[in-house]
Design a protein around this ligand. Structure first.
Ligand SMILES: Cc1cc2nc3c(=O)[nH]c(=O)nc-3n(C[C@H](O)[C@H](O)[C@H](O)COP(=O)(O)OP(=O)(O)OC[C@H]3O[C@@H](n4cnc5c(N)ncnc54)[C@H](O)[C@@H]3O)c2cc1C
Length: 462
């Protein structure tokens, strides 16, 4: 594979406008690192594209040499798909242009954008693109998988807001996908991940919003059961303006945390209200009544602050492992298992994350996008987060063990962006009744499975 990497380098070096980095080059070590410190690989070549022409050239040289190729936008793939050992990385981080049309409430942005690049530009016009909760996440990987965040219930998934994609396919051609041009590809790109080509531009719809109400509170261990019972009954009828996420974790030792809760199992509630702040109190008040009064805080927050407030909680280079799934109902036995698990959490930043989908995201039909059925509204993500390699085994085992216990109560399906790199067998589950259609689109656009470092849908012939 190293020779194939060298072959690609020799073929690119005269015509490539961006940067080419090989082992030993200045900047290579920094460039090869991705967000998840559990994944440390040495690609033979990192091709940091300057423009769409570079993407075409890189794909052409890579297919000719038959080299394993990873596509990287923000490098946040939990599974580590943004890099590879001995192959080529097509790195889009120089392609971060964003153009906003305030009147039309539309934006076009390039395939290397981080969420923060999009947020900053759209906010200049008082507009938002609903996406994820950490600004250093890549927009491409997030949108192509679906894209959930604080605004999902109010405005829908990120992929629901895309009106058109421009991509470079495995034969190096530029293809457009929208409701009129290549509609099957347009369907597949909204949830199908990086399976079909390198998206170089997204055209999306935006919504007006500049501030939200953020309310937070911690529930002590003994009160977590009534909190979860209240939450599961409350959310199905909650207004779309309300997002209420609950994380089960050990409380931090930060000054703002009441002394008696520090280091103890808690449920951490975060509520976002996107409507009129006064009107929101009717819903936020009852939710926060399940939290320890000393831990409760509420404020009106500028949108850009909301979008960056969790950035430092998920730093680059730490070690992460995840497993995820959906529940149609959060039954009592599941709550029992969660309560037993929270006191065995192996590291202080590891958490069991729960979000309730529904809202606008729930209004889109199961067959309208590859993301599929949104009818199991409870999304759970077991996210282990730790520093030392010596703690790898304990954290991974904890996630796997708990997942195994909870799995029988889950609804089949999984959000591909929350999957690890060892779950390829769950990809058909992610797309279940949409699987044949996914395979058909893949077989048409990438018959040799050139784009395979992703939650992979194999072409029929591959
Ligand atoms: C800190 C953190 C916070 C997160 N928060 C959220 C959240 O709030 N909501 C949510 O829904 N998800 C969230 N995620 C999950 C996130 O959606 C995925 O990890 C996603 O893959 C990250 O995209 P990326 O571009 O940074 O990843 P990369 O590692 O760069 O790429 C991931 C995958 O996308 C493909 N890809 C990347 N760019 C392109 C492109 N231009 N064209 C075609 N394929 C491409 C790659 O082939 C690869 O398979 C979060 C992840 C992290 C690490």
């Amino acid at each position: 594979m190293a020779n194939a990497g060298e072959e690609v380098y020799l073929s690119l070096r005269k015509k490539f406008k961006g940067d080419l980095l090989r082992r030993g080059d200045a900047g290579y070590e920094e460039a090869r690192a991705i967000w998840n410190g559990m994944v440390s690989r040495h690609p033979a070549l990192i091709a940091r594209c300057a423009d769409v022409g570079d993407v075409q050239t890189a794909i052409g040289s890579a297919t000719e040499a038959g080299v394993l190729t990873a596509i990287r936008c923000g490098g946040h793939s939990l599974a580590g798909f943004g890099t590879c050992e001995g192959g080529l990385v097509i790195d889009l981080s120089r392609m971060r242009q964003v153009a906003v049309g305030p009147e039309a409430r539309r934006a076009r942005f390039a395939g290397g954008c981080l969420l923060g690049s999009v947020d900053v530009e759209t906010q200049k016009a008082g507009l938002v693109f609903p996406a994820g909760v950490v600004s250093h996440t890549g927009a491409s990987g997030l949108i192509l998988g679906g894209g959930t965040g604080w605004l999902t219930r109010r405005f829908g998934l990120s992929c629901d807001k895309v009106e058109g994609f421009t991509l470079v396919t495995a034969d190096s051609s530029i293809v457009r996908a929208n409701a009129k041009e290549n509609p099957d590809l347009f369907w597949a790109l909204r949830g199908g991940g990086g399976n079909f080509g390198v998206v170089t531009e997204f055209e999306v719809r935006l919504h007006p919003l500049t501030a939200v109400v953020l309310a937070e509170g911690l529930t002590p261990e003994n009160d977590i059961r009534p909190l979860l019972e209240f939450w599961r009954a409350f959310m199905p009828d909650a207004p779309h303006d309300l997002k209420w996420n609950i994380d089960l974790r050990l409380a931090s030792h930060a000054e703002k945390v009441p002394a008696e809760l520090r280091g103890k199992p808690v449920a951490s509630s975060s509520l976002i209200w996107t409507g009129d702040p006064e009107a929101g109190q009717k819903y936020i008040g009852p939710a926060l009544s399940h939290c320890s009064p000393a831990s409760v805080r509420s404020s009106v927050l500028p949108f850009l602050k909301l979008q960056t407030m969790a950035d430092s909680d998920f730093p680059h280079g730490r070690r992460y492992y995840t497993k995820s799934g959906y529940f149609k109902n959060l039954d009592d036995a599941t709550i029992d298992r969660l309560l037993a698990a929270v006191s065995t959490i192996p590291s202080s930043d590891t958490q069991i994350e729960f979000a309730y989908l529904g809202g606008e995201a729930g209004q889109v039909g199961a067959d309208e996008t590859a993301f599929g059925d949104r009818g199991a509204p409870f999304i759970m993500n077991l996210l282990a987060n730790w520093k030392e390699p010596s703690a790898d085994a304990g954290n991974v085992a904890w996630v796997r063990g708990l997942f195994k216990q909870l799995r029988p109560a889950m609804t089949p399906g999984v959000y591909t962006n929350f999957m690890s790199g060892d779950e390829q067998d769950r990809v058909p589950e992610a797309y279940h009744e949409r699987w044949d259609r996914m395979v058909a689109v893949k077989s048409h656009y990438d018959p040799d499975n050139f784009f395979r470092l992703n939650q992979n849908v194999r072409a029929r012939s591959a």
